[in-house]
Design a protein around this ligand. Structure first.
Ligand SMILES: Cc1cc2nc3c(=O)[nH]c(=O)nc-3n(C[C@H](O)[C@H](O)[C@H](O)COP(=O)(O)OP(=O)(O)OC[C@H]3O[C@@H](n4cnc5c(N)ncnc54)[C@H](O)[C@@H]3O)c2cc1C
Length: 377
């Protein structure tokens, strides 16, 4: 009998899994809380790495579609000191191994590659439990229920499937991003466009290292500048800011960067959107679980870590490897899940350790982070 896989969550991890299952002739249904593919802005640019995300796209047989959405020139990197001094300025010479794409476009090529009806939108999972016969029951917010032999939680940080496997819950990492967007930058924000350059910008005050305070920005498609101010503050500090009052919130966040060059703080003060706070959470490093028959996790649900440019890549790699494991053991779900998790756990532990180290390093010694060879020479 063919396994039918029930996947919760239509993020990059769940969709890559569904696609790799599909190319291997295995049916799946993806239940997604959002009401439609367009329900939420899938903002953000992702660099897709040749050692994980691109391997997943190969397994999904979607490399041509991927190449078609690459944003040329976006692998350029600039590093500035807070007074605007250019410390590093590396152009995109076309030889990089981490091409940038828009998250929404990547998600769309995965959605387009699945048989119609694979994703059931507007299905928010409210709970899961294991039945006496070992199968898993999934309950939706509207009262609907499905029962499945193979349940995969691809439902991100606050997974409703994870409690079947583990008691772990994400904890605040001690830092938050505050995000802003500047649209049509070449015409409306030319100074900011020049400051960010054609790819990524990183700015750190050389004397603010211990505070973990820095600014990152990307030039996304359509000349949109997407900036994120990183602040190492407790959650109640952010709770004290009324983010519904855009002007007041902008002024409060900008005050944290007082004395920084105006072309840099313009990424805050000239924003076309109200600043948006995004607390960074993580699961314990080395999060793992004992084998539970017929259930497993992929992506952030399994190993949420502070952002270091790997999370989406890892979610796709998890999805692809799980799909391949199920295809390799079509009549033995437990053999498939055991093989998948044997690779997942050490990979996730190493990645989480690296993510914490990267966040510490980038918050303390940005130049050393980007030029380690020169620092040790
Ligand atoms: C600010 C920020 C910047 C980042 N930048 C990068 C980057 O540059 N590169 C990179 O590789 N990674 C980056 N990451 C990490 C990356 O976004 C995540 O690791 C990645 O999205 C995880 O994919 P996923 O499929 O596991 O989960 P998600 O993308 O979170 O998808 C989960 C899906 O499950 C759905 N869902 C949730 N709950 C339920 C429910 N109860 N019922 C049904 N559906 C549900 C959600 O609606 C969502 O569609 C960044 C993260 C943050 C916070």
């Amino acid at each position: 009998m063919t396994t039918h896989v029930t996947i919760i969550g239509a993020g990059l991890g769940g969709l890559t899994l569904a696609r790799v299952l599909h190319v291997n002739g295995i049916p799946a249904t993806v239940y997604e809380a959002e009401p439609s593919p367009m329900a939420r802005l899938q903002g953000g640019m992702l660099d897709i790495h040749d050692y994980n995300g691109q391997l997943a796209l190969q397994a999904a047989d979607l490399m041509d579609e991927f190449r078609a959405i690459i944003l040329e020139g976006r692998q350029a990197t600039r590093v500035l000191d807070r007074d605007g001094t250019v410390l590093m300025d590396e152009p995109d010479d076309g030889t990089g191994s981490r091409p940038e794409v828009q998250r929404g476009e990547l998600r769309q090529i995965l959605l387009d590659s699945l048989p119609a009806g694979t994703v059931r939108w507007g299905h928010k999972v409210s709970g899961t439990r294991t039945l006496d016969d070992g199968r898993h029951e999934v309950t939706f917010a509207d009262g609907g229920i499905v029962v499945t032999n193979l349940l995969v939680g691809a439902d991100g940080a606050w997974s409703r499937v994870r409690p079947l496997l583990s008691d772990a819950t994400p904890e605040y990492f001690g830092r938050s991003f505050v995000e802003t967007y500047l649209y049509d930058s070449e015409t409306r924000h030319p100074t900011s466009a020049k400051t960010v350059g054609s790819g990524s910008l990183f700015v750190l005050a050389s004397d603010s290292g211990a505070s973990g305070k820095w600014i990152g920005a990307h030039r996304e498609s359509g000349e949109t500048l997407h900036a994120y101010m990183t602040l190492a503050k407790p959650l109640d500090w952010f709770d004290g800011i009324d983010f519904t009052d855009a002007a007041a919130a902008t002024a409060r966040i900008a005050a944290e960067f007082e004395g920084w060059a105006p072309e840099i703080t313009a990424l805050i003060t000239d924003s076309d959107t109200a600043p948006m706070v995004r607390p960074l959470n993580s699961l314990p490093i080395g999060h793992r679980w004992d084998r539970v028959p017929g259930a497993t996790l992929v992506g952030d649900a399994a190993h949420l870590s502070p952002p270091d440019g790997e999370g989406a890549n890892l979610a796709m790699q998890d999805g692809a490897e799980l799909g391949q494991a199920v295809a390799a053991h079509p009549d033995d779900i437990e053999a498939a899940l055991t093989a998948y998790e044997a690779a997942l756990f050490p990979r996730s532990a190493a990645a989480a350790t690296a993510a914490v180290a990267t966040n510490d390093a980038i918050g303390q010694d940005l130049i050393g982070f980007f030029t380690p060879d020169e620092q040790t020479a």
